[in-house]
Design a binder for this molecule. Structure first.
Ligand SMILES: [Zn+2]
Ligand SMILES: [Zn+2]
Length: 213
């Protein structure tokens, strides 16, 4: 069987026999890439990788905003601040007499432990109302009582101490004041007496504030 014309399956060139064709393939096509898809599939992998990286960056860019804003508490116009302000700093004194007996005014009225102090508060159970605010203004007995009943964990509420008496009498510096609590101003060194039940024949009309107070 004689050799017939052979064509190169790569370039189509004709050769007179198989040996010459094989020779040609070795010489002319030995480095011919067998897989032309390699490069493009590599590119596709790169593109996919970049897209994934962008997606990760977008996910990381989404953040949760910090909701721990400073809580501003205010009761009847009296703010609760993290620290005491002494721009306006006066004191009044409160006595409460229920059925002829003095009752103790709780310490810590208007003080939220580790949180804030209302402009009206008591530090101890001596009955001294501390009026401490960043601006001079008129505060009232009504505001103090509102703050009292808004203080968490207080030993006794105003309501409880007065047995819910709706006919309380108020004396300021010895004089009865018939206004509602929200109309009774707290002035420096006032002696305020709230009485539930019988008005005793004698009760304080002044209070001896500490030196320089
Ligand atoms: Zn204080
Ligand atoms: Zn004070």
């Amino acid at each position: 069987m004689a050799d017939t014309e052979k064509k190169c399956n790569i370039c189509g060139k004709a050769f007179e026999n198989s040996n010459k064709l094989n020779q040609h393939k070795l010489e002319s096509h030995k480095d011919k890439p067998k897989n032309v898809k390699t490069k493009s599939s590599n590119s596709r992998l790169k593109v996919t990788g970049i897209a994934a990286a962008i997606a990760v960056v977008i996910v990381l860019a989404v953040y949760f905003s910090d909701n721990s804003t400073t809580s501003v508490t205010s009761v009847d116009g009296v703010n609760c601040d993290p620290t005491e302000a002494f721009t306006f700093h006066i004191h009044a004194h409160l006595d409460m007499i229920v059925d002829n007996k003095f009752v103790t005014i709780p310490a810590g009225i208007g003080i939220k432990q580790n949180e804030c102090l209302f402009w009206l508060h008591t530090h101890t159970d001596d009955g001294i109302i501390h009026i401490e605010s960043p601006a001079t203004r008129v505060f009232t007995l009504g505001q103090f009582i509102q703050v009292w009943d808004s203080t968490p964990g207080i030993s006794s509420t105003f309501e409880k101490l007065t047995n819910g008496d709706a006919n309380l009498k108020v004396f300021v510096n010895g004089n009865e004041v018939k206004n509602t609590f929200d109309k009774i101003a707290l002035s420096a060194h006032d002696e305020i007496v709230i009485i539930s039940g019988t008005v005793p024949p004698a009760f304080p009309s002044t209070y001896q504030f500490p030196e320089g107070d």
